[in-house]
Every structure is written in C-alpha cells, then in structure tokens.
Design a protein around this ligand. Structure first.
Ligand SMILES: [Fe+2]
Length: 480
C-alpha cells in the first residue's frame, strides 16, 4: 500500500467519492424533504442555488448545488476595485494574450520559487503562465502561491474566473469553504470550483502551484482497457461536510472576488460561511496523491504519460480526447520493462507541459545548473523539443535493466494543455528564477552516436573532410 508522507493528522470529516450527488447537514433536519425551495426552509434558513454548469448541461455533466444558509450570498455592499497598493491586491491582474503573456518556444526551467513571508493568500498568487481569457471562459492560468501569513480574519475569497486546482508543495492549507472545511497537505491536491468562497489559514509559510481552469470542470479520465479500477480511484476523493459560523450581529466581513482577472472587495455584515446544509453535485474536494494506482508496462517500452492522469478537463473544440488541462503525476513506481530506454523518450508534442516537483528527485532531469528541484518548475511548450538530458541519456542507454523502483519519496506533476502557454513578465523576469543555461546544459551537449554502416559508402561530410583522417572524423561525430 502507498504510504502518505504526512506528519499532521486531518481533523475533518469528509464524504467520499468523485462526482455525483452528495448531501450534508451540520444540523439534523436542515435539509428540506423533497422540495428544494419550500415556502419556508427548516430553521428559518434561506435557500440558494449554486450552479457550476448551465442548467441544461447533460445530466452526467450537470453540476448544481442547493445551499441552506443563514443569509444569502447576495447580502453585501457594492464591490469596489481593490487598489494595487493594498496588502490584499492581486499582483497578476487581467491576463490578456499578447499583453501579459509572452509566447516563446524556448524550453524553460525555474529555480525554486521564494516564499513571500509578508503576503497572505491572495497577494501571494503569482501568475506564471497561461493562455486564453477568463471572460471568454476559455483557457487556463498557472500560478505559484507562496504565502507567509494566513488570510486576515473575517475575509473570504472566490474566483469567478475558474476552478482552482491547488497543489501544495510546502505547508498545510487549512481551508474553510462555504460547503465545509478541508486540510490539504503536500502530496494532496484540492479543487475549489468557480465561485465557492473560502478562507485559508496556515501555521507556517506555504508554497505550491495552482492551475485555474477557465472552462468546464475536471473529471476522471476514461480507463478504457484498464478496466473499472486503477489510476485515481473515485472513492479516494473527499468532499467536506457542512460546517458553519454563526456570525451575523455587529460584525463586518470583507469579501474578495477575482472577476474577469481583476480583484474586487465588498463589505458584508455577516459571515459568508453560514451554510448549515447543502446537497447537489457542485462542491470542493481533495485527493491524496499517495493513493494513486499507477499502471505501466510489464514487457517492453513505456506507455505515454497519459497513463498517469489524475484529472482531466476536456476541450471539446480541440477534438475527442483532447484536454485544455490534464493533471498528471509521476509517483513512486516500479520499472520492469526489458530492452527498453526507461526514461522518457525525446519528443515534441502539440500539448504544452508545465511541470513542478512537490518533493524528492525526478528521474529524467538531473543535469544542468540548478537542476529540477522541489518548488521549481519547467515549461516545454507546443512543439518545443525536449527529453532526457545528456547524462541521463548516456546512463540509461547502457544501464543494466533489473526491476527498479523510481521516484521513491518523490512526487513530480505536470499541468498539460492543448494550448500554447504564454509566460508572464513575472515568470520570465520579475521572479528572477529562470535558468538561462537550461538548454545549454541539458541538450546541447548530446553526443552523436550515429555509426554509418560501411555498405552505405562514404558520407558527404567525410568527403569534404578527407576520408581516413581520424581527427576530422571525430569532429563529424561529436557536436561539442
Ligand atoms: Fe515532455
């Protein structure tokens, strides 16, 4: 069985299972019987519908929940823009392609991103890369968060722009959502769907990665011939149970909204975390990556990395089986394939790959100044060639091939997208973490191993340099 590397204990209760209908009540009898909108809700609660899809979405994609709460979420003062001078401001507002995103074909790798000890959650969100437009509900944004302090008391945040897939790298996130509470630790992930309000506290600086999904929602990948179990099993996803605060007298809360890429704030005289009961199909959830059940080759070659997909957000306009965002992990696993180059092959893909490392070491990326370290990242964009660095290739090409456990104590992940990903100014320059010599150290040193069969005669290069000149021959075979 996989062992989850956590020291802290999760104090909260959850409802198990991915997707589908769930219900929870913090006070028995708070959910009305049969009717969603009775003339009077139990205990004087208000009802409120929260929809994550169009009402008319197909039944198996439809995501709607009914909330039964002390006051409706509409009860607040007008929203005002949050000034950039505010300690709670959004440092990466209004992503617009061509304006905030630099689309460049270079392979990119970043040193570990710094903690930002003076910032709390919202201000610590740094947009690194992305594509599309939240107003058009198309595309994704990729963030690094690195917060030193908890969100201020009596504040709440939501994004109207998309679902947040949160991948903690350091520090536990104690998240209070409208629908209940979750503890999300490194090696776990959480998804907070569009619009759901939350507040995050932590006892130490936290750091991690976020993918914001502007379109659709994540689902489990199809399993095809794998069958009915494997990869991320549905029962291991956990949704919080209803949990509420009674705070509606002589109180003031500040609600922060990320809306169309910009941040707004509104005051309200009651807690937004007052949902006493809820039921439906739209809710936050978390998942322990240690429970992932990897499947791989038991003969030769290794399958495409799609075999490690945890969650997938399809993009139907790009074709069947194509995702605007796949969340893929590289967990500890056995390699047993015979007569096989076991690291990833060299490749250029139409899909873009943003990788991060939660902990440990990743087997195909050792070389180069800085390397691929926990809290660092890499981006291999559409059709940008990459693969094992020179040292990894040389070693793996000649290594014995006994059964081998790789990734022990490690967890790398990939946000993969069918879109060309642009990089922000913060990602390229401000963060000062881009490794300038990534390509120079990784792939420029690759050696030529090509040996021309004698039956093919003399090559053009050898003709020019003089056949039989050993010194010149070596210059043909070595790039450097
Ligand atoms: Fe790749």
């Amino acid at each position: 069985m996989p062992v989850t590397p956590f020291s802290s204990t999760d104090p909260y209760q959850y409802v198990n299972g991915f997707g589908g209908y769930k219900e929870s009540e913090a006070v028995e009898g708070a959910l009305p019987l049969a009717a969603n909108s009775p003339q009077k809700c139990p205990y004087g609660l208000y009802n409120e519908k929260l929809s994550g899809t169009a009402f008319t979405a197909p039944r198996n994609e439809n995501q709607q929940s009914w909330l039964y709460r002390i006051l409706p979420s509409s009860s607040h003062q007008n929203f005002q823009p949050v000034p950039t001078s505010s300690s709670q401001s959004l440092t990466s507002p209004t992503p617009e392609f061509g304006k905030h995103f630099n689309a460049i074909p270079n392979q990119l790798r970043w040193d570990p991103f710094d903690f930002d000890k003076d910032s709390s959650w919202i201000h610590s969100l740094h947009l690194v890369a992305g594509a599309g437009d939240p107003q058009m509900k198309q595309g994704i944004g990729i963030y690094i968060y690195a917060a030193g302090t908890s969100m201020p008391d009596k504040t709440a945040f939501y994004s109207a722009d998309g679902d947040f897939l949160i991948v903690p790298q350091h520090g536990d996130l104690n998240i209070r959502t409208e629908l209940g509470r979750m503890l999300v630790r490194p090696n776990e992930i959480a998804v907070i769907p569009r619009g759901i309000r939350y507040h995050i506290t932590h006892t130490e600086p936290v750091r991690g990665y976020i993918l914001e999904l502007y379109q659709g929602h994540f689902q489990l990948p199809e399993l095809g011939p794998i069958g009915s179990n494997g990869l991320a099993n549905a029962r291991d996803f956990q949704t919080p149970v209803a949990d509420f605060i009674e705070d509606f007298e002589d109180t003031e809360w500040t609600l922060y909204a990320k809306f169309g890429g910009n941040l707004f704030q509104a005051k309200q005289n009651h807690s937004p975390f007052d949902v006493v009961a809820w039921h439906g199909t739209y809710y936050p959830y978390k998942y322990d990556l240690g429970r992932f059940n990897p499947v791989g080759s038991i003969s030769y070659d290794h399958p495409d990395p799609s075999i490690f997909t945890v969650l997938s957000a399809p993009s139907h306009p790009h074709g069947a089986g194509t995702a605007v965002a796949d969340f893929v992990i590289f967990p500890p696993r056995w390699l047993v394939a015979e007569n096989t180059f076991r690291p990833p092959w060299y490749h250029r893909n139409t899909m873009s790959e943003f990788m991060g490392l939660i902990g440990g070491t990743y087997d195909a990326k050792g070389a180069g100044k800085g390397g691929f370290q926990p809290a660092g990242a890499s981006l291999h964009n559409t059709m940008s060639g990459h693969g094992p660095d020179m040292q990894t290739f040389e070693k793996a090409s000649t290594a014995d091939l006994p059964p081998q456990k790789v990734g022990e104590g490690s967890m790398a992940f990939m946000f993969e997208s069918c879109l060309i990903l642009g990089v922000t100014e913060w990602g390229l320059k401000t963060c000062a973490k881009v490794q300038q010599s990534y390509n120079e150290h990784s792939w420029e040193p690759l050696k030529v191993h090509w040996k021309r069969p004698e039956r093919m005669g003399v090559s053009n290069g050898e003709k020019k340099r003089g056949v039989g000149d050993a010194k010149d021959q070596s210059s043909v075979h070595d790039l450097k």
